[in-house]
Design a protein. Structure first.
Length: 208
């Protein structure tokens, strides 16, 4: 069976990227990473890619005169890499409607909470965990979802719960949630590799 071709987008340190690489190398995910793209030339994600001889691409809107030119270059890379699935792993830029439409139902993101709670614009990183603790909820978690034109809105593919402890700080909670992210993202990507995700409207279903 053909391996799933991934292109991973990341802006920061790339710990989720590393977890995906580790899962592929351990034989848990039947995929290959064709490229890592970052808007940040100094991102740890690009460095991790270089360490594994994965093509690393710095691609920023600042390099182009118009958003349309950026989209054209971005889409040409995805086509060149024969991309089956675009994986957002801490990518801090909103993809354009053109890109989202072209790769409809083939772009996924991971969010550090149980969507639809604690999602939307401004809900990223430590801000999510601060909001969770402030709300006093006892359970949080991670959500893998399809990307559409609204922040944290697309069909949910997989969720995993993480308890919120009485003495949690945003930082301690973030650390525990990140461990769940690493495990859950690999599991979700493998479902795509096995062609077990079916999308109907704004819902996803697991094929038997």
């Amino acid at each position: 069976m053909k391996k799933l071709n991934l292109v991973v987008l990341a802006s920061g340190g790339g710990t989720n990227l590393q977890a995906i690489i580790d899962s592929i190398e351990a034989g848990k995910v039947d995929a290959q990473i064709r490229a890592v793209i970052s808007n940040n030339s100094k991102s740890g994600a690009l460095e991790r890619a270089r360490n594994y001889n994965i093509p690393d691409i710095h691609l920023s809107h600042k390099q182009f005169a118009t958003p349309e030119e950026f989209d054209q270059k971005f889409l040409s890379i995805l086509k060149d890499k024969e991309t089956d699935l675009v994986v957002l792993a801490g990518y801090m830029k909103m993809l354009s409607p053109t890109v989202i439409r072209t790769y409809k139902n083939r772009i996924i993101n991971i969010h550090p909470a149980l969507l639809p709670s604690f999602g939307g614009e401004g809900m990223y990183g430590i801000h999510v965990h601060e909001a969770v603790i402030k709300a006093g909820v006892k359970i949080t978690g991670v959500t893998v979802h399809l990307v559409d034109e609204i922040y944290d809105h697309g069909a949910i593919v997989m969720q995993k719960t993480v308890p919120v402890l009485d003495d949690d700080t945003p930082e301690s909670l973030a650390e525990r949630v990140l461990k769940a992210e690493h495990q859950t993202y690999a599991e979700a990507i493998q479902l795509f590799a096995e062609d077990r995700i079916e999308i109907r409207g704004n819902r996803s279903y697991l094929k038997k």
